[in-house]
Ligand binder design. Structure first.
Ligand SMILES: Cc1cc2nc3c(=O)[nH]c(=O)nc-3n(C[C@H](O)[C@H](O)[C@H](O)COP(=O)(O)OP(=O)(O)OC[C@H]3O[C@@H](n4cnc5c(N)ncnc54)[C@H](O)[C@@H]3O)c2cc1C
Length: 387
């Protein structure tokens, strides 16, 4: 018996099976999408039809509710089939939809969220800039007040979904009467003043990524989330739910690696025996299951705690631990799966090489492993009462 399964609610168990069946049916060309660096546009509507685009969005607006455990299982199951598409879906709903759901007024939520929840419109979150990566609290992008609107000027980079996005949430330094009045979060709809250059990447290639140029984009003052100068607070308070949800992908990569490697090891005969009979191969498979089970148990527990406490800041260290460990384990599991498949694992005909390239992202995106370590080290420096 695996302990991790005991931590799932009935709803999460049912959803897991539904996502697996959906991906099995719809994600037949994953390796082609990886190679062509494109995901089929119509998938957004199909994911919307079964509620996947509505992660972390209120049910009365068409979502499945702000539930971290449901986000984790969706990301996990989808990442088995395509980590790239799962990442696009996560950026759309766990990152962008979630921000509007948390910080938006009733009117803003009613205006933007139903189309995001249904997948009719695609959303992207714009934090990172060419000169502001980990140091995201000091954007160079500016929103300059002109009457009842703001002119958005600047550049964001590595933005997931940017080449196909209809709605962007953009963090910018807000300038009123020539002075900075803090960072604000703006909901910005696609317009002629926004241009996007598609980026080419080593992994997560089914997920479109872009550099976004904002060239004096007019944004009505009504599109500021929560209020002028509230941006940093909004950015920080969402971090745990975002990292918990996205880390579900690492579980999926571990599971996919184990599935492919164990299936292959049972079939592949060398020296007259299936290679799974060799202890050195068995050790690799056992390692994958150990990591999957330990990381799953920790992440499901974390997601359940988040659901119970709805965003308690006390979970920040635990979330950082989970993000680092699950990302590193996913990279290592994918690497071991390549090894089990031998030369075939090195070709683009099999999943493990894609998993390996994709897994590397989560040691960088949504807070690098170094920034996670710093966060944990600061917590130790500050004194732990509960060790
Ligand atoms: C595929 C992909 C998708 C992404 N999607 C999005 C998105 O949708 N929206 C978005 O806003 N961003 C997105 N990002 C950006 C991502 O969040 C950043 O890449 C990440 O935050 C790191 O920033 P950086 O790349 O500028 O690296 P830097 O911050 O420049 O870091 C470079 C290196 O220095 C280390 N470093 C930095 N500061 C310190 C320090 N104080 N102490 C020790 N080490 C340090 C880092 O850990 C890293 O190893 C995406 C990135 C990728 C690759």
């Amino acid at each position: 018996m695996l302990i991790s399964n005991e931590l799932l609610t009935d709803e999460a168990k049912d959803l897991k099976i539904a996502v697996r069946q959906f991906c099995k049916r719809e994600f037949k060309d994953t390796l082609k999408w990886d190679e062509s660096q494109n995901m089929p546009y119509e998938l957004w509507g199909k994911m919307g039809d079964i509620g996947l685009t509505g992660m972390m969005i209120d049910a009365d607006l068409g979502g499945i509710g702000p539930d971290a455990l449901l986000s984790v299982v969706i990301m996990e199951e989808m990442a088995v089939y395509s980590p790239g598409i799962a990442m696009s879906l996560g950026a759309h709903s766990i990152l962008t939809g979630n921000v509007i759901n948390r910080a938006g007024s009733k009117e803003q939520k009613a205006q933007f969220l139903p189309d995001i929840a249904s997948g009719k419109k695609i959303a992207a979150i714009c934090i990172t800039e060419p000169e502001r990566g980990s140091d995201a609290a000091h954007p160079k992008t500016r929103a300059i007040k002109r009457g009842d609107q703001y002119l958005l000027r600047g550049q964001k980079i590595f933005i997931t979904n940017a080449p196909v996005a209809d709605i962007f949430v953009v963090y910018a330094d807000t300038i009123e009467d020539g002075k900075s009045v803090g960072i604000s979060a703006f909901v910005v709809e696609k317009s002629d003043e926004i241009t996007v250059d598609k980026m080419h990447k080593m992994g997560m290639r089914a997920s479109p990524t872009g550099i976004v140029y904002f060239d004096d984009v007019p944004v009505p003052k009504e599109n500021i989330l929560r209020g002028v100068g509230e941006g940093l607070h909004i950015m920080m308070e969402g971090l745990d739910a975002e990292r918990i949800g996205l880390s579900g992908e690492n579980l999926g990569i571990m599971k996919g690696s184990l599935d492919v490697a164990s299936g292959y090891a049972k079939e592949r005969i060398q020296f007259g025996k299936p290679i799974i009979k060799y202890q050195l191969i068995g050790e690799k498979l056992a390692y994958m299951l150990e990591e999957l089970e330990l990381n799953r148990t920790y992440l499901y527990t974390l997601a359940n705690l988040w659901n119970k406490n709805k965003g308690d800041k006390k979970l920040r260290t635990a979330t950082a631990i989970s993000k680092i460990r699950s990302a590193e384990a996913a990279v290592k599991c994918a690497e071991e799966a390549i090894q089990v498949l031998g030369g075939y694992g090195y070709t683009s005909d099999y999943y493990p090489q894609m998993y390996w390239r994709d897994a590397k992202l989560y040691t960088i995106g949504a807070g690098t492993s170094e920034m996670m370590k710093l966060l944990i080290a600061r917590r130790i420096e500050g004194g732990f009462n509960d060790l």
